[in-house]
Design a protein around this ligand. Structure first.
Ligand SMILES: C[S@@+](CC[C@H](N)C(=O)[O-])C[C@H]1O[C@@H](n2cnc3c(N)ncnc32)[C@H](O)[C@@H]1O
Length: 342
């Protein structure tokens, strides 16, 4: 479904003319979002490069790049989030995957490739449904390799788009945004991502010093999920053992977090914090009701974070409350669908 005729026409020439011929067979076989997106990216990649030959050269260049920090960057030194080349620099975790995982993805990629080669003009004209011929076609096997690469890159890198509906959150889709995919995870992140109509905004939620690493959160937050569970999930989807501070020190869940009143040693600091948090209850009420007309709310919450950050060791109950209220305000300032009054 498209939001407008203009959007439909644009997407048709970019990839949908080809994927539209393949999706019905894939959906019949219960292929999921990752597979559909893997195919779409392969079609876009070939079209962006103008030919399979050009794409082959680009892939070779990126894969033989010797500095992992700039893999996928353009030759002018820019990491262009809207260019397919940037995707080629993203991690696939291939070497950490099990044989079963790789076997299943290879099988899926082969089916997708078969439909693409035999039902579309991707390789000039629809090719014969003859596997012994298809396997000898180097262009076909090259595009199959790309689909397989996407199937491994997507689960470790893509982001979902969401929308506020009344007081809940509804997921609206998935997008590959290479720049955001460069950011590692922490169970206590220092930035927060929020969907807007055509992009995602990333806000700093704690003071970040020059040279300090930016950390996102991959859905496993220290205050919500116990350490063992977080580590298990991160290892399963992202193939790493999390070594962030909350994991090292096994920070407590939300209901066991200590208040600043028991964490701060000096009376004068306690007074400064009480003073800084004066409007907190008002801000929590505003964020809960979803009516964020108070234009000072963001600045007010950021100021509270600064004071707590300077005076209280983490983890701290009030810091968590302020950050979560700020995140809620940022969510509410984005895509929002209000319930229709009947
Ligand atoms: C979205 S990418 C992040 C950027 C990636 N590190 C890179 O170099 O392109 C996700 C992958 O980064 C690695 N990663 C992310 N956070 C990590 C962390 N805290 N410790 C170790 N590896 C991490 C894992 O391999 C994970 O699958």
């Amino acid at each position: 479904m498209y939001c407008s005729e203009e959007c439909k026409a644009m997407e048709w020439t970019k990839y949908h003319d080809a994927e539209c011929a393949v999706f019905p067979s894939m959906l019949k076989m219960n292929f999921g979002k990752i597979d559909l997106l893997s195919l779409r990216l392969a079609i876009q990649a070939v079209r962006e490069a103008t030919s399979i030959e050009e794409l082959r050269k680009e892939l070779k260049e990126v894969d033989s790049w010797d500095d992992p920090r700039t893999k996928g960057f353009c030759k002018n030194g820019i990491f262009a989030s809207d260019k397919y080349r940037s995707l080629l620099g993203l991690v696939t975790n291939t070497e950490k995957r099990s044989v079963q995982d790789l076997f299943r993805r290879s099988l899926d990629a082969s089916f997708i490739l078969y439909f693409l080669a035999t039902c579309t003009n991707m390789f000039g004209s629809p090719l014969q449904k003859d596997l012994s011929m298809l396997i000898k076609n180097v262009d076909v096997t090259f595009v199959g390799g790309l689909i397989l690469r996407h199937q491994q890159m997507i689960p470790s890198n893509v982001h979902s788009f969401s929308e506020e509906r009344d007081l809940g959150v509804v997921e609206r889709g998935t997008a590959v945004m290479p720049f955001l995919s460069l950011i590692n995870h922490s169970c206590s992140p220092n930035v927060s991502r929020h969907s807007r109509s055509k992009h995602i905004v990333m806000y700093a939620i704690y003071p970040i010093e020059k040279g300090e690493q930016i950390f996102d959160n991959y859905g496993q937050h220290y205050a919500i999920t116990p350490r063992n569970e977080r580590q298990k999930r991160l290892l399963k989807q992202y193939y790493f053992e999390c070594n962030c501070l909350p994991c090292q020190e096994d920070w407590p869940l939300y209901y066991n977090l200590k208040s600043f009143t028991s964490l701060v040693k000096k009376k004068e600091d306690e007074i400064k914090i009480i003073h800084a948090l004066q409007k907190m209850n008002k801000y929590v009420d505003i964020a809960t009701e979803g009516n964020i007309l108070d234009e000072n709310i963001v600045d007010g919450l950021l100021k509270m974070i600064e004071v707590l950050y300077d005076l209280v060791p983490m983890p701290c109950e009030e810091m968590n409350d302020v950050v979560e209220t700020l995140r809620r305000v940022y969510d509410l300032s984005g895509n929002r669908v209000e319930k229709l009054e009947l």
